[in-house]
Design a protein around this ligand. Structure first.
Ligand code: IPE
Ligand code: IPE
Ligand code: MG
Length: 235
């Protein structure tokens, strides 16, 4: 039997800052938006590879709240690509057992895009192999501020995590990957990454594939996660 029959609750939570699309395109003398289109193809490859690689929750950074500062035509291209991805892939995701969720603010997104997101979430709601969370208009600092308002009396970290990240399956991030060479978090999952292993690669996101994911996971499995304690004798 294939190991892919596991459910997403049993797998790792991997988060990816999909960076470097613009530079990937610029290197070829192409407009940045072609880099974003190539980035969507990379996302498809990684989603296909993730469940068999032991990933249960995959949270990808598609558009940060700070990305609104980009030129209007680039913002429009990114939003268009997101809608197109959800419309084209939701059905296939459902068949592959991938449950889609968007995280981040929705009130500043165009209404048709919000409907597309809701439809993709509805179609894929039964997916049990992989929870794919796409962060759009997402800021970790804003998410923390609004969760604090909602759960002022949260007494435990678990309560707080549920308020902050109700769709994360109660999982903090195990492995945070950032492509494109920068080594920073850019306001992504700050609370959930408290003990995440960090893996940075100069590979631009459009060149990322299942094999790169395996390399990152290989590095992860060789880390000694002590959580402030001491190595277990077996480690
Ligand atoms: C990541 O690629 C996609 C988004 C941030 C939306 P970039 O667009 O940041 O590409 P670079 O970093 O400029 O190369
Ligand atoms: C972070 O990348 C956001 C996404 C990948 C969606 P940026 O390219 O926006 O981050 P900075 O500006 O390099 O920190
Ligand atoms: Mg960037």
């Amino acid at each position: 039997m294939k190991q892919s029959t596991h459910s997403w609750q049993d797998g790792l939570h991997v988060a990816i800052i999909m960076d470097g699309n613009g530079r990937w395109a610029a290197r070829r003398g192409w407009p940045r938006t072609l880099g974003h289109a190539a980035g969507v193809r990379a996302l498809r490859r990684v989603v296909r590879a993730a469940p068999d690689a032991g990933v249960g929750v995959l949270t990808v950074f598609a558009f940060s709240s700070d990305n609104w500062q980009r030129p209007q035509h680039e913002v429009a291209a990114l939003m268009g690509l997101l809608g197109e991805y959800l419309r084209k892939d939701a059905e296939g995701c459902a068949e592959a057992g991938v449950r889609l969720r968007a995280i981040g603010r929705r009130d500043r997104l165009a209404k048709p895009l919000v409907s597309t997101i809701e439809e993709a979430e509805r179609i894929t709601a039964q997916g049990s192999r992989l929870l794919l969370r796409i962060a759009v208009d997402y800021s970790a600092r804003d998410a923390i501020v609004s969760a604090s308002g909602r759960l002022a009396n949260a007494s435990t970290r678990e309560d707080f995590l549920r308020a902050l990240d109700p769709d994360g399956g109660g999982k903090e991030v195990d492995l945070l990957i950032r492509t494109g060479g920068e080594q920073r978090l850019s306001d992504f999952l700050l609370w959930e990454c408290a003990y995440a292993e960090l893996w940075f690669t100069p590979v631009f996101w459009p060149d990322f594939d299942g094999q790169t994911l395996e390399v990152a996971l290989g590095a992860y499995h060789n880390r000694d996660r002590r959580f402030g304690g001491l190595s277990s004798p077996a480690a």
